[in-house]
Write a protein of this length. Structure first.
Length: 139
């Protein structure tokens, strides 16, 4: 632990920590419908990115993390208003599967921003527009 109280999580264990947090958050969402705060969401995205970098460095030892793309919003170094939801949260709002949401994103019908290699952030406004029939149409 740092002097300021911050905790540093090594990339090698980020995946395990992320899984534990997601299990707990999933249980909370099922129990009371709560959602993680924007700060917690940024921490989850940062853990996800760290886990992916650790996995990539194990798979390709020549990987240079200094050249990896950096998304400052995922680490919380860029201000955000919490106006995004995960694919899972979007699926819960829409009453469908996360797979369907990813299909809508791939087809361009639901705008989203890539966070890391496999994670999407869906704008709440775009999700509401899509839900109420004002979203993009299929190409």
């Amino acid at each position: 632990m740092r002097e300021d109280g911050a905790v540093v999580i090594p990339a090698a264990v980020a995946s395990e920590v992320l899984r534990a947090l997601v299990r707990d958050l999933d249980a909370q969402v099922r129990a009371n419908g709560g959602h993680p705060s924007p700060t917690v969401r940024r921490i989850l995205f940062a853990l996800h990115d760290a886990a992916q970098q650790a996995e990539a460095s194990r798979a390709a030892p020549s990987f240079d993390s200094a050249t990896a793309p950096f998304d400052s919003s995922a680490t919380g170094s860029e201000p955000t208003d919490g106006a995004t939801v995960s694919v899972t949260e979007a699926a819960q709002v829409m009453g469908c599967s996360p797979r369907h949401i990813r299909g809508l994103i791939r087809s361009g019908r639901l705008p989203a921003t890539r966070i890391g290699a496999r994670t999407w952030a869906v704008g709440r406004a775009a999700l509401d527009e899509f839900r109420h029939g004002r979203g993009a149409t299929a190409p």
